[in-house]
Write a protein that binds this ligand. Structure first.
Ligand code: BG6
Length: 514
Protein backbone atom coordinates (compact mmCIF):
# COMPACT_ATOMS: atom_id res chain seq x y z
CA UNK A 1 0.00 0.00 0.00
CA UNK A 2 2.55 2.63 0.91
CA UNK A 3 5.77 2.83 -1.03
CA UNK A 4 7.35 0.45 1.43
CA UNK A 5 4.70 -2.21 1.40
CA UNK A 6 3.03 -1.84 -1.96
CA UNK A 7 6.05 -2.69 -4.00
CA UNK A 8 4.58 -3.94 -7.26
CA UNK A 9 3.60 -0.68 -8.90
CA UNK A 10 6.70 1.36 -8.54
CA UNK A 11 9.30 -1.39 -8.70
CA UNK A 12 9.12 -2.45 -12.31
CA UNK A 13 6.92 -0.06 -14.20
CA UNK A 14 9.14 -0.11 -17.24
CA UNK A 15 8.69 -3.84 -17.35
CA UNK A 16 4.99 -3.50 -18.20
CA UNK A 17 4.29 -4.36 -21.81
CA UNK A 18 3.57 -1.77 -24.49
CA UNK A 19 0.30 -0.19 -23.51
CA UNK A 20 -2.60 1.53 -25.20
CA UNK A 21 -4.79 3.58 -22.91
CA UNK A 22 -8.25 4.22 -24.38
CA UNK A 23 -10.31 6.83 -22.57
CA UNK A 24 -14.07 6.74 -23.14
CA UNK A 25 -15.43 10.20 -22.45
CA UNK A 26 -12.18 11.74 -23.59
CA UNK A 27 -13.46 15.27 -24.02
CA UNK A 28 -15.04 15.25 -20.55
CA UNK A 29 -14.13 17.19 -17.47
CA UNK A 30 -12.44 14.29 -15.66
CA UNK A 31 -10.01 13.69 -18.53
CA UNK A 32 -8.96 17.32 -18.46
CA UNK A 33 -8.78 17.75 -14.69
CA UNK A 34 -7.46 14.38 -13.54
CA UNK A 35 -6.68 11.73 -16.15
CA UNK A 36 -4.43 13.64 -18.54
CA UNK A 37 -2.45 15.26 -15.69
CA UNK A 38 -2.06 11.85 -14.04
CA UNK A 39 -0.82 10.18 -17.23
CA UNK A 40 1.68 12.95 -17.95
CA UNK A 41 2.95 13.06 -14.38
CA UNK A 42 3.53 9.30 -14.56
CA UNK A 43 5.39 9.81 -17.81
CA UNK A 44 7.48 12.58 -16.25
CA UNK A 45 8.52 10.15 -13.52
CA UNK A 46 9.34 7.46 -16.11
CA UNK A 47 6.61 5.27 -14.68
CA UNK A 48 4.75 4.57 -17.92
CA UNK A 49 5.72 1.69 -20.18
CA UNK A 50 8.27 2.74 -22.77
CA UNK A 51 5.76 2.27 -25.56
CA UNK A 52 2.62 3.99 -24.43
CA UNK A 53 -0.27 5.22 -26.58
CA UNK A 54 -3.32 7.24 -25.69
CA UNK A 55 -6.52 7.09 -27.69
CA UNK A 56 -9.38 9.40 -26.76
CA UNK A 57 -12.80 7.97 -27.58
CA UNK A 58 -15.71 10.37 -27.75
CA UNK A 59 -18.94 11.09 -29.53
CA UNK A 60 -17.97 14.47 -30.94
CA UNK A 61 -15.64 14.42 -33.89
CA UNK A 62 -12.25 15.87 -33.09
CA UNK A 63 -9.00 15.70 -35.02
CA UNK A 64 -5.93 14.13 -33.39
CA UNK A 65 -4.38 17.59 -33.42
CA UNK A 66 -7.35 19.19 -31.65
CA UNK A 67 -7.33 16.44 -29.01
CA UNK A 68 -3.65 17.00 -28.36
CA UNK A 69 -4.24 20.73 -28.01
CA UNK A 70 -7.08 20.03 -25.59
CA UNK A 71 -4.86 17.84 -23.44
CA UNK A 72 -1.99 20.31 -23.57
CA UNK A 73 -4.23 23.09 -22.29
CA UNK A 74 -5.64 20.87 -19.58
CA UNK A 75 -2.11 20.09 -18.38
CA UNK A 76 -1.31 23.76 -18.16
CA UNK A 77 -4.33 24.33 -15.90
CA UNK A 78 -4.48 21.14 -13.87
CA UNK A 79 -1.14 19.36 -13.61
CA UNK A 80 0.39 19.42 -10.13
CA UNK A 81 3.81 20.03 -11.72
CA UNK A 82 4.78 21.74 -14.96
CA UNK A 83 5.09 19.28 -17.84
CA UNK A 84 8.23 20.11 -19.79
CA UNK A 85 8.60 19.91 -23.57
CA UNK A 86 10.60 16.68 -23.36
CA UNK A 87 7.83 14.85 -21.48
CA UNK A 88 5.18 16.22 -23.79
CA UNK A 89 7.18 15.38 -26.93
CA UNK A 90 7.73 11.80 -25.80
CA UNK A 91 4.01 11.05 -25.58
CA UNK A 92 2.32 13.56 -27.90
CA UNK A 93 2.98 11.70 -31.20
CA UNK A 94 1.25 8.65 -29.68
CA UNK A 95 -1.97 10.51 -28.90
CA UNK A 96 -4.96 10.20 -31.20
CA UNK A 97 -8.73 10.61 -31.13
CA UNK A 98 -11.33 8.08 -32.17
CA UNK A 99 -14.83 9.47 -32.76
CA UNK A 100 -17.70 7.07 -32.31
CA UNK A 101 -20.96 6.39 -30.54
CA UNK A 102 -20.84 4.37 -27.34
CA UNK A 103 -23.49 2.01 -28.67
CA UNK A 104 -22.10 1.62 -32.21
CA UNK A 105 -20.43 -1.74 -32.50
CA UNK A 106 -18.71 -0.78 -35.78
CA UNK A 107 -16.89 1.98 -34.02
CA UNK A 108 -15.39 -0.52 -31.55
CA UNK A 109 -14.34 -2.73 -34.46
CA UNK A 110 -12.59 0.25 -36.04
CA UNK A 111 -10.90 0.86 -32.70
CA UNK A 112 -9.76 -2.74 -32.73
CA UNK A 113 -8.28 -2.23 -36.21
CA UNK A 114 -6.45 0.88 -34.98
CA UNK A 115 -5.04 -1.03 -32.00
CA UNK A 116 -3.89 -3.88 -34.24
CA UNK A 117 -2.14 -1.36 -36.50
CA UNK A 118 -0.26 0.04 -33.50
CA UNK A 119 0.79 -3.48 -32.51
CA UNK A 120 2.00 -4.13 -36.05
CA UNK A 121 4.05 -0.96 -36.03
CA UNK A 122 5.55 -2.01 -32.68
CA UNK A 123 6.12 -5.56 -33.79
CA UNK A 124 4.67 -6.84 -30.51
CA UNK A 125 1.42 -7.22 -28.61
CA UNK A 126 0.20 -4.37 -26.44
CA UNK A 127 -2.07 -4.41 -23.41
CA UNK A 128 -5.16 -2.23 -23.64
CA UNK A 129 -6.39 -0.29 -20.66
CA UNK A 130 -9.94 0.90 -21.32
CA UNK A 131 -10.87 3.77 -19.04
CA UNK A 132 -14.65 4.25 -18.85
CA UNK A 133 -14.99 7.85 -17.79
CA UNK A 134 -18.39 8.68 -19.29
CA UNK A 135 -21.70 9.52 -17.65
CA UNK A 136 -22.95 6.31 -16.00
CA UNK A 137 -25.88 5.98 -18.41
CA UNK A 138 -23.52 4.59 -21.08
CA UNK A 139 -21.38 2.28 -18.91
CA UNK A 140 -23.45 -0.74 -19.96
CA UNK A 141 -23.27 -0.24 -23.76
CA UNK A 142 -19.54 0.44 -23.54
CA UNK A 143 -18.88 -2.72 -21.52
CA UNK A 144 -21.16 -4.79 -23.76
CA UNK A 145 -19.50 -3.50 -26.91
CA UNK A 146 -16.02 -4.07 -25.54
CA UNK A 147 -17.21 -7.65 -25.10
CA UNK A 148 -18.96 -8.14 -28.44
CA UNK A 149 -16.18 -6.53 -30.47
CA UNK A 150 -13.61 -8.85 -28.90
CA UNK A 151 -11.66 -5.96 -27.35
CA UNK A 152 -12.30 -7.29 -23.84
CA UNK A 153 -10.78 -10.64 -24.71
CA UNK A 154 -7.64 -9.41 -26.46
CA UNK A 155 -4.69 -11.63 -25.50
CA UNK A 156 -6.78 -13.38 -22.84
CA UNK A 157 -4.68 -15.14 -20.22
CA UNK A 158 -1.48 -13.32 -21.23
CA UNK A 159 0.41 -10.43 -19.72
CA UNK A 160 -1.15 -8.19 -22.37
CA UNK A 161 -4.76 -9.11 -21.51
CA UNK A 162 -7.14 -6.13 -21.65
CA UNK A 163 -8.07 -4.25 -18.51
CA UNK A 164 -10.92 -1.90 -17.78
CA UNK A 165 -11.19 0.93 -15.26
CA UNK A 166 -14.76 1.94 -14.41
CA UNK A 167 -15.39 5.36 -12.94
CA UNK A 168 -17.92 6.04 -10.28
CA UNK A 169 -20.83 6.04 -9.71
CA UNK A 170 -21.00 2.26 -9.76
CA UNK A 171 -24.76 1.93 -10.03
CA UNK A 172 -27.39 4.12 -8.38
CA UNK A 173 -28.77 1.44 -6.09
CA UNK A 174 -28.30 -2.23 -5.31
CA UNK A 175 -30.26 -3.42 -8.31
CA UNK A 176 -28.37 -1.33 -10.89
CA UNK A 177 -24.98 -2.16 -9.32
CA UNK A 178 -25.94 -5.83 -9.50
CA UNK A 179 -26.89 -5.49 -13.17
CA UNK A 180 -23.63 -3.71 -13.93
CA UNK A 181 -21.70 -6.46 -12.19
CA UNK A 182 -23.68 -8.95 -14.27
CA UNK A 183 -22.48 -7.38 -17.54
CA UNK A 184 -18.93 -7.14 -16.21
CA UNK A 185 -18.92 -10.78 -15.15
CA UNK A 186 -20.14 -11.90 -18.55
CA UNK A 187 -17.63 -9.82 -20.45
CA UNK A 188 -14.52 -9.74 -18.24
CA UNK A 189 -12.70 -11.73 -15.60
CA UNK A 190 -12.73 -9.94 -12.22
CA UNK A 191 -8.93 -9.66 -12.44
CA UNK A 192 -9.34 -7.43 -15.51
CA UNK A 193 -11.71 -5.01 -13.76
CA UNK A 194 -10.77 -1.93 -11.74
CA UNK A 195 -13.72 -0.09 -10.15
CA UNK A 196 -12.39 3.24 -9.11
CA UNK A 197 -12.87 5.12 -5.89
CA UNK A 198 -10.35 7.93 -6.03
CA UNK A 199 -10.26 8.17 -2.22
CA UNK A 200 -8.38 4.87 -2.17
CA UNK A 201 -5.66 6.49 -4.26
CA UNK A 202 -5.10 9.25 -1.72
CA UNK A 203 -1.80 8.83 0.06
CA UNK A 204 -3.36 9.28 3.48
CA UNK A 205 -5.99 6.63 2.84
CA UNK A 206 -3.35 4.16 1.72
CA UNK A 207 -1.34 4.81 4.82
CA UNK A 208 -4.30 4.01 7.07
CA UNK A 209 -3.47 0.32 6.90
CA UNK A 210 0.15 1.05 7.68
CA UNK A 211 -0.81 3.10 10.72
CA UNK A 212 -3.11 0.38 11.94
CA UNK A 213 -1.04 -2.68 11.22
CA UNK A 214 2.57 -1.51 11.32
CA UNK A 215 2.25 -0.01 14.80
CA UNK A 216 1.64 -2.38 17.66
CA UNK A 217 0.31 0.30 20.00
CA UNK A 218 -3.01 0.64 18.20
CA UNK A 219 -4.18 -2.94 17.77
CA UNK A 220 -4.80 -3.69 21.48
CA UNK A 221 -7.03 -0.63 21.87
CA UNK A 222 -8.73 -0.69 18.45
CA UNK A 223 -11.96 -2.24 19.65
CA UNK A 224 -15.11 -1.90 21.77
CA UNK A 225 -13.14 -2.16 25.02
CA UNK A 226 -11.35 1.14 24.50
CA UNK A 227 -13.09 3.00 21.68
CA UNK A 228 -16.30 4.83 22.52
CA UNK A 229 -17.09 6.07 19.00
CA UNK A 230 -15.66 6.52 15.54
CA UNK A 231 -16.54 9.52 13.43
CA UNK A 232 -15.92 9.96 9.75
CA UNK A 233 -16.50 13.35 8.18
CA UNK A 234 -16.04 14.16 4.51
CA UNK A 235 -17.14 17.75 4.19
CA UNK A 236 -16.84 20.24 1.36
CA UNK A 237 -17.33 23.98 1.40
CA UNK A 238 -18.08 24.14 -2.31
CA UNK A 239 -21.60 23.84 -3.67
CA UNK A 240 -22.62 21.74 -6.65
CA UNK A 241 -21.32 24.35 -9.10
CA UNK A 242 -21.86 23.41 -12.73
CA UNK A 243 -22.54 19.75 -11.88
CA UNK A 244 -26.14 20.35 -10.83
CA UNK A 245 -27.59 18.14 -13.57
CA UNK A 246 -25.59 15.14 -12.36
CA UNK A 247 -25.81 15.94 -8.68
CA UNK A 248 -29.56 16.34 -8.52
CA UNK A 249 -29.97 12.76 -9.71
CA UNK A 250 -27.43 11.63 -7.17
CA UNK A 251 -27.30 13.39 -3.78
CA UNK A 252 -24.85 13.09 -0.91
CA UNK A 253 -25.60 9.47 -0.05
CA UNK A 254 -24.90 8.22 -3.56
CA UNK A 255 -22.20 10.73 -4.46
CA UNK A 256 -20.01 10.48 -1.36
CA UNK A 257 -21.26 8.11 1.34
CA UNK A 258 -21.83 4.91 -0.64
CA UNK A 259 -18.29 4.97 -1.97
CA UNK A 260 -15.72 7.28 -0.34
CA UNK A 261 -17.06 7.31 3.21
CA UNK A 262 -17.88 3.61 3.26
CA UNK A 263 -14.36 2.85 2.06
CA UNK A 264 -12.90 4.90 4.90
CA UNK A 265 -15.17 3.05 7.29
CA UNK A 266 -14.16 -0.35 5.92
CA UNK A 267 -10.45 0.44 6.26
CA UNK A 268 -10.95 1.71 9.80
CA UNK A 269 -13.07 -1.20 10.95
CA UNK A 270 -11.61 -4.19 9.09
CA UNK A 271 -9.69 -7.03 10.69
CA UNK A 272 -6.00 -7.44 9.86
CA UNK A 273 -5.70 -9.19 6.49
CA UNK A 274 -3.60 -12.34 6.33
CA UNK A 275 -1.31 -10.71 3.73
CA UNK A 276 -1.08 -7.67 1.50
CA UNK A 277 -2.54 -9.67 -1.35
CA UNK A 278 -5.34 -7.60 -2.95
CA UNK A 279 -7.93 -10.30 -2.32
CA UNK A 280 -6.91 -10.74 1.31
CA UNK A 281 -7.39 -7.02 1.91
CA UNK A 282 -10.64 -6.80 -0.02
CA UNK A 283 -12.03 -9.88 1.73
CA UNK A 284 -11.56 -8.16 5.08
CA UNK A 285 -13.15 -4.94 3.86
CA UNK A 286 -16.18 -6.84 2.60
CA UNK A 287 -16.50 -8.63 5.95
CA UNK A 288 -16.48 -5.30 7.79
CA UNK A 289 -19.18 -3.92 5.51
CA UNK A 290 -21.23 -7.08 5.88
CA UNK A 291 -21.15 -6.67 9.65
CA UNK A 292 -22.98 -3.33 9.43
CA UNK A 293 -26.46 -3.54 10.87
CA UNK A 294 -29.37 -2.38 8.71
CA UNK A 295 -30.05 1.32 9.22
CA UNK A 296 -33.21 2.35 11.07
CA UNK A 297 -34.74 5.18 9.08
CA UNK A 298 -38.16 5.38 10.74
CA UNK A 299 -39.45 5.18 14.32
CA UNK A 300 -38.48 7.15 17.43
CA UNK A 301 -34.77 6.99 16.91
CA UNK A 302 -33.94 7.18 13.22
CA UNK A 303 -30.29 6.69 12.42
CA UNK A 304 -30.18 8.87 9.31
CA UNK A 305 -30.44 12.58 8.69
CA UNK A 306 -30.58 14.31 5.33
CA UNK A 307 -30.47 17.99 4.59
CA UNK A 308 -30.18 20.58 1.88
CA UNK A 309 -28.33 23.88 2.01
CA UNK A 310 -30.06 27.20 1.87
CA UNK A 311 -28.46 30.58 1.27
CA UNK A 312 -25.64 31.45 3.64
CA UNK A 313 -22.14 32.78 4.09
CA UNK A 314 -19.18 30.71 3.01
CA UNK A 315 -15.77 32.16 3.78
CA UNK A 316 -17.41 35.54 4.21
CA UNK A 317 -19.08 35.41 0.79
CA UNK A 318 -22.80 35.04 0.22
CA UNK A 319 -23.56 31.64 -1.29
CA UNK A 320 -26.78 30.59 -3.02
CA UNK A 321 -29.01 27.92 -1.66
CA UNK A 322 -29.15 24.58 -3.50
CA UNK A 323 -32.45 25.40 -5.20
CA UNK A 324 -30.91 28.55 -6.68
CA UNK A 325 -28.01 26.62 -8.22
CA UNK A 326 -27.79 26.04 -11.97
CA UNK A 327 -29.94 23.15 -13.31
CA UNK A 328 -31.68 22.39 -10.01
CA UNK A 329 -35.48 22.13 -10.27
CA UNK A 330 -37.56 23.83 -7.57
CA UNK A 331 -39.26 20.52 -6.90
CA UNK A 332 -35.92 18.88 -6.03
CA UNK A 333 -35.79 16.84 -2.84
CA UNK A 334 -32.15 15.78 -3.32
CA UNK A 335 -30.04 15.83 -0.17
CA UNK A 336 -26.78 17.76 -0.20
CA UNK A 337 -25.96 16.45 3.28
CA UNK A 338 -26.33 13.04 4.87
CA UNK A 339 -25.36 11.74 8.29
CA UNK A 340 -25.77 8.21 9.62
CA UNK A 341 -25.25 6.40 12.88
CA UNK A 342 -24.03 2.93 12.03
CA UNK A 343 -23.06 -0.05 14.08
CA UNK A 344 -21.20 -3.23 13.32
CA UNK A 345 -22.45 -6.48 14.68
CA UNK A 346 -19.11 -8.13 15.19
CA UNK A 347 -16.73 -9.07 17.97
CA UNK A 348 -14.48 -6.06 17.65
CA UNK A 349 -17.04 -3.31 17.32
CA UNK A 350 -20.25 -4.42 19.01
CA UNK A 351 -21.79 -1.38 20.72
CA UNK A 352 -19.46 1.22 19.21
CA UNK A 353 -21.31 3.81 17.12
CA UNK A 354 -19.77 4.79 13.79
CA UNK A 355 -21.00 8.26 12.93
CA UNK A 356 -20.52 9.25 9.32
CA UNK A 357 -21.45 12.43 7.48
CA UNK A 358 -20.80 14.20 4.22
CA UNK A 359 -22.15 17.33 2.65
CA UNK A 360 -21.68 20.23 0.30
CA UNK A 361 -21.50 23.88 1.35
CA UNK A 362 -20.41 23.02 4.86
CA UNK A 363 -18.14 25.15 7.00
CA UNK A 364 -14.90 23.80 5.55
CA UNK A 365 -13.35 21.12 3.37
CA UNK A 366 -12.17 18.34 5.62
CA UNK A 367 -11.93 14.58 5.40
CA UNK A 368 -11.19 13.14 8.76
CA UNK A 369 -11.51 10.02 10.86
CA UNK A 370 -11.77 10.63 14.60
CA UNK A 371 -11.40 7.68 16.94
CA UNK A 372 -12.69 8.68 20.35
CA UNK A 373 -11.46 6.55 23.24
CA UNK A 374 -13.34 5.84 26.47
CA UNK A 375 -12.76 8.15 29.40
CA UNK A 376 -10.63 6.71 32.20
CA UNK A 377 -12.53 5.80 35.40
CA UNK A 378 -13.30 9.01 37.32
CA UNK A 379 -11.34 8.00 40.44
CA UNK A 380 -8.19 10.04 40.58
CA UNK A 381 -9.18 12.86 38.33
CA UNK A 382 -12.95 12.86 38.59
CA UNK A 383 -15.09 15.22 36.56
CA UNK A 384 -15.66 18.61 38.12
CA UNK A 385 -14.47 22.16 38.31
CA UNK A 386 -10.89 21.23 38.98
CA UNK A 387 -10.36 18.40 36.61
CA UNK A 388 -11.73 18.19 33.11
CA UNK A 389 -10.74 14.82 31.76
CA UNK A 390 -11.32 14.84 28.02
CA UNK A 391 -11.43 11.54 26.16
CA UNK A 392 -8.31 10.71 24.17
CA UNK A 393 -8.77 11.23 20.46
CA UNK A 394 -6.88 9.91 17.51
CA UNK A 395 -7.55 12.20 14.57
CA UNK A 396 -6.53 10.97 11.14
CA UNK A 397 -6.69 13.85 8.68
CA UNK A 398 -7.11 12.58 5.14
CA UNK A 399 -7.19 16.11 3.71
CA UNK A 400 -6.26 18.93 3.93
CA UNK A 401 -3.31 19.32 6.35
CA UNK A 402 -2.79 15.59 5.98
CA UNK A 403 -1.58 14.14 9.22
CA UNK A 404 -2.35 12.43 12.49
CA UNK A 405 -2.94 13.98 15.88
CA UNK A 406 -3.26 12.18 19.18
CA UNK A 407 -4.97 14.11 21.96
CA UNK A 408 -3.88 13.27 25.50
CA UNK A 409 -4.51 14.88 28.87
CA UNK A 410 -1.60 16.63 30.50
CA UNK A 411 -0.94 18.54 33.68
CA UNK A 412 -0.74 22.27 33.26
CA UNK A 413 2.58 23.33 34.84
CA UNK A 414 1.98 24.98 38.20
CA UNK A 415 1.52 24.30 41.85
CA UNK A 416 -2.03 23.06 41.56
CA UNK A 417 -3.05 20.00 39.57
CA UNK A 418 -4.95 21.19 36.55
CA UNK A 419 -5.56 19.11 33.44
CA UNK A 420 -5.56 20.19 29.83
CA UNK A 421 -5.67 18.26 26.56
CA UNK A 422 -2.47 18.46 24.55
CA UNK A 423 -1.70 17.15 21.11
CA UNK A 424 1.01 15.00 19.64
CA UNK A 425 0.91 15.93 16.00
CA UNK A 426 2.41 14.57 12.82
CA UNK A 427 2.01 16.35 9.46
CA UNK A 428 2.84 14.62 6.19
CA UNK A 429 4.12 17.76 4.55
CA UNK A 430 6.40 18.71 7.44
CA UNK A 431 7.89 15.24 7.56
CA UNK A 432 7.90 14.17 3.93
CA UNK A 433 7.61 17.43 1.97
CA UNK A 434 4.91 18.27 -0.54
CA UNK A 435 4.31 17.10 -4.08
CA UNK A 436 2.71 13.81 -3.20
CA UNK A 437 1.39 12.01 -6.30
CA UNK A 438 -2.28 12.58 -7.06
CA UNK A 439 -4.72 9.76 -6.38
CA UNK A 440 -5.25 9.16 -10.09
CA UNK A 441 -1.54 8.67 -10.70
CA UNK A 442 -1.40 5.87 -8.15
CA UNK A 443 -4.59 4.27 -9.44
CA UNK A 444 -3.75 4.36 -13.15
CA UNK A 445 -0.29 2.96 -12.40
CA UNK A 446 -1.74 0.15 -10.30
CA UNK A 447 -4.28 -0.73 -12.97
CA UNK A 448 -1.52 -0.83 -15.60
CA UNK A 449 0.32 -3.26 -13.36
CA UNK A 450 -2.81 -5.31 -12.69
CA UNK A 451 -2.85 -4.55 -8.97
CA UNK A 452 -6.43 -4.33 -7.73
CA UNK A 453 -5.71 -3.59 -4.06
CA UNK A 454 -6.89 0.00 -4.25
CA UNK A 455 -9.99 -0.74 -6.31
CA UNK A 456 -13.45 -1.84 -5.30
CA UNK A 457 -14.40 -5.44 -5.86
CA UNK A 458 -17.87 -6.23 -7.21
CA UNK A 459 -19.14 -7.73 -3.96
CA UNK A 460 -17.81 -4.77 -2.02
CA UNK A 461 -19.84 -2.32 -4.11
CA UNK A 462 -22.98 -4.42 -3.72
CA UNK A 463 -22.55 -4.82 0.04
CA UNK A 464 -22.34 -1.07 0.45
CA UNK A 465 -25.40 -0.56 -1.73
CA UNK A 466 -27.39 -3.19 0.15
CA UNK A 467 -27.03 -1.10 3.30
CA UNK A 468 -27.95 2.20 1.67
CA UNK A 469 -30.51 1.30 -0.99
CA UNK A 470 -33.37 0.92 1.53
CA UNK A 471 -32.59 4.39 2.90
CA UNK A 472 -32.65 5.87 -0.59
CA UNK A 473 -35.94 4.18 -1.41
CA UNK A 474 -37.44 5.53 1.78
CA UNK A 475 -36.23 9.05 1.08
CA UNK A 476 -37.53 8.90 -2.47
CA UNK A 477 -40.96 7.91 -1.20
CA UNK A 478 -40.88 10.73 1.37
CA UNK A 479 -39.98 13.48 -1.11
CA UNK A 480 -39.28 16.69 0.79
CA UNK A 481 -40.84 15.25 3.93
CA UNK A 482 -38.10 15.00 6.54
CA UNK A 483 -35.57 16.86 4.40
CA UNK A 484 -33.88 19.23 6.87
CA UNK A 485 -32.25 22.46 5.82
CA UNK A 486 -29.00 24.12 6.85
CA UNK A 487 -27.46 27.44 5.96
CA UNK A 488 -24.54 27.29 3.58
CA UNK A 489 -21.29 27.64 5.51
CA UNK A 490 -22.49 25.83 8.64
CA UNK A 491 -21.94 22.26 9.81
CA UNK A 492 -25.27 20.91 8.59
CA UNK A 493 -28.73 20.44 10.11
CA UNK A 494 -29.29 20.41 13.85
CA UNK A 495 -30.88 16.99 13.58
CA UNK A 496 -27.44 15.62 12.80
CA UNK A 497 -26.16 16.85 16.16
CA UNK A 498 -29.06 15.14 17.88
CA UNK A 499 -28.10 11.91 16.17
CA UNK A 500 -24.97 11.85 18.36
CA UNK A 501 -26.35 13.38 21.52
CA UNK A 502 -28.19 10.22 22.46
CA UNK A 503 -24.89 8.38 22.76
CA UNK A 504 -23.34 11.30 24.65
CA UNK A 505 -21.23 12.32 21.65
CA UNK A 506 -20.81 15.35 19.45
CA UNK A 507 -19.28 15.91 16.05
CA UNK A 508 -15.65 16.79 16.58
CA UNK A 509 -14.33 17.76 13.17
CA UNK A 510 -14.28 21.54 12.94
CA UNK A 511 -14.59 21.97 16.71
CA UNK A 512 -12.35 24.09 18.89
CA UNK A 513 -10.20 21.17 19.93
CA UNK A 514 -8.42 21.33 16.60
C1 BG6 B 1 -16.37 13.05 -6.15
C2 BG6 B 1 -17.75 13.60 -6.02
O1 BG6 B 1 -16.39 11.65 -6.17
O2 BG6 B 1 -15.58 13.47 -5.04
C3 BG6 B 1 -17.73 15.12 -5.92
O3 BG6 B 1 -18.52 13.23 -7.17
C4 BG6 B 1 -16.80 15.55 -4.81
O4 BG6 B 1 -19.04 15.62 -5.69
C5 BG6 B 1 -15.44 14.88 -4.95
O5 BG6 B 1 -16.67 16.95 -4.87
C6 BG6 B 1 -14.56 15.17 -3.75
O6 BG6 B 1 -13.28 14.68 -3.99
P1 BG6 B 1 -12.02 15.29 -3.24
O7 BG6 B 1 -10.89 14.45 -3.71
O8 BG6 B 1 -11.93 16.73 -3.68
O9 BG6 B 1 -12.30 15.18 -1.79
Amino acid sequence: MSNQTHATSTDAPRGTPPTIIVIFGASGDLTARKLAPAIFNLSKDDLLPESCYLIGYGRSSMSDEAFRDYLRESLASHSRRPIEEATWDALAPNISFHAGGYDELDSYKELDTKITAIEESLGSYAQCLFYVSTPPGVFMPILENLGTSGLAKRHKGQATASKVIIEKPFGRDLQSAHELNGVINRRFEESQVFRIDHYLGKETVQSLLVQRFANSIFEPVWNRNYVSSVQITVSENLGVGSRGGYYDRSGALRDMIQNHVMQLLALTAMEPPSSLDPEAIRDEKVKALQALKPVAFTGDDPEVVRGVYTEGLVDGQRADGYLEEEAIPQSSSTETYAALRLSLDNWRWKGVPFYIRSGKRLAMKASEIVVQFSRPPAILFGEGQRFKVEPNLLVIRIQPNEGITLYLNSKVPGLETKLQPIKLAFGYETTFGSNTPEAYERLILDALNGDGTLFIRGDEAETSWSLLSPVLEFWEAQGKNGLESYSAGTWGPLAADKLLLKGGHEWLTGKEYQ
